[in-house]
Design a protein around this ligand. Structure first.
Ligand SMILES: [Zn+2]
Ligand SMILES: [Zn+2]
Length: 382
């Protein structure tokens, strides 16, 4: 087991979540390897360094057995079960008591949002979240929309180095660029973020005036976001790599877009199908009728409501649902609602009274009351 592993977050290096599937890891690795391949980045030392880091990370977490070992070791380490980090950040290791070292940076790194405790270790950018509202039609067809995002972006004046153009950050003399300093305490050697360079491993003598040495500037940028056809209200769309920029060559975070769909005044949605509720009169439901049903593309189609249709019954009209360019149109689900008149003209009232008289023997509750009489009685609690 390579103790050096404990110091490195191979998932971060690969730009995936700790819970990523083997497939996701493989996919991310392939993308990064292609992007960072030395053939495609001639003379770019940063890309080469990252290419190596990505390869190393994939060697470990791209393999089920070594990934398991790595996860277990990191978990134990995070719980402080063994003070065993070799302190990969400083050459030769710190000769603490028993030759062991804690790396406070790693232990506490998570609490500070993965703070920059590892020298110039590549860091994944933040995930960003934004909201957008779509019309019902756009949600059905899909749409590409511009989204304005405010966040940190790499300073273009110093290209993210934080140093005034023409100058370079200097290796921190206190920690020799490792970002860590060593301290002995209670018989153990501790590694903690270097105070001089705040864990960066470099110091900047002439800060960039644009970003005041941070290497990042707050900007509003507009990104074009493709919303897929058929998106539902409340959907959270993940756009990999469209979030905050990474630091030290790390990958960008993800952008999450939460979609609100404005309801349609007539139609609802159920998967690929549209829904509509259509009132029918008592006589239509009883005697049967052909009724017009509105469709989303305009106009209406005729639906045959058979005699004896009950309230709440749903009919399916094929191919009149969510229109799709791929020819896989959903259906229109028509739910019948029996409209009970509020006011009856005299003639209608008389007709209905006649009807009631004629139907006297047909009480729809007889069966229910019989069943209730046979059911076990439930006594009040004593
Ligand atoms: Zn700058
Ligand atoms: Zn330092």
């Amino acid at each position: 087991m390579n103790q050096d592993w404990l110091e490195k977050d191979f998932y971060k290096t690969l730009g995936v979540d700790k819970s990523a599937t083997a497939d996701e890891i493989k996919k991310s690795y392939r993308t990064l390897a292609k992007q960072l391949h030395p053939d495609a980045n001639q003379g770019d030392a940063k890309a080469e360094e990252r290419f190596k880091a990505v390869s190393e990370a994939y060697d470990v977490v791209g393999n089920e057995a070594s990934r398991k070992e790595y996860d277990e070791a990191r978990e134990l380490f995070a719980r402080g079960a063994f003070p065993g980090s070799a302190g990969g950040g400083f050459p030769g290791g710190f000769p603490g008591a028993q030759g062991m070292n804690f790396d406070l940076g790693d232990l506490f790194g998570g609490m500070f949002g993965g703070g920059s405790t590892g020298g110039r270790r590549p860091q994944r950018g933040n995930d960003l979240e934004t909201r957008t509202t779509l019309s019902f039609a756009d949600s059905l067809h899909g749409i590409t929309i511009p989204l304005r995002l405010t966040g940190d972006a790499r300073c273009e004046v110093c290209h993210g180095s934080g140093a005034k153009p023409g100058t370079q950050p200097r290796t921190c003399p206190t920690c020799n660029g490792s970002g860590h300093t060593q301290r002995s305490m209670g018989g153990f050697g501790f590694s903690e973020p270097c105070r001089e360079c705040r864990g960066q491993g470099t110091v900047i003598d002439n800060p960039c005036s644009e970003c005041r040495g941070s290497g990042a500037v707050r900007t509003t940028r507009t990104v074009q976001v493709k919303i897929p056809a058929g998106v539902k209200d409340g959907a959270r769309i993940r756009l990999a790599g469209r979030g905050g920029p990474g630091a030290n060559g790390g990958p960008a975070g993800d952008l999450f877009v939460i979609v609100t769909v404005t309801p349609h005044p007539v139609f609802g949605r159920k998967d690929d199908h549209l829904t509509v509720t259509v009132p029918v009169t008592i006589d239509e439901a009883t005697l049967g009728a052909n009724i017009p049903v509105p469709v989303v593309t305009g106009g209406s189609v005729s639906l045959k409501v058979p005699a004896g249709t009950t309230h709440g019954k749903t009919f399916r009209i094929k191919g009149r649902g969510v229109p799709s360019a791929k020819g896989r149109d959903g259906d229109l689900l028509v739910t019948i609602e029996i409209a009970v008149p509020h006011k009856l003209p005299k003639a209608a009232r008389e007709a209905l009274e006649q009807y009631a008289e004629a139907m006297k023997s047909e009480n729809p509750r007889d069966e229910l009351l019989e069943r209730a009489a046979r059911a076990p009685r439930i006594e009040p609690e004593p």
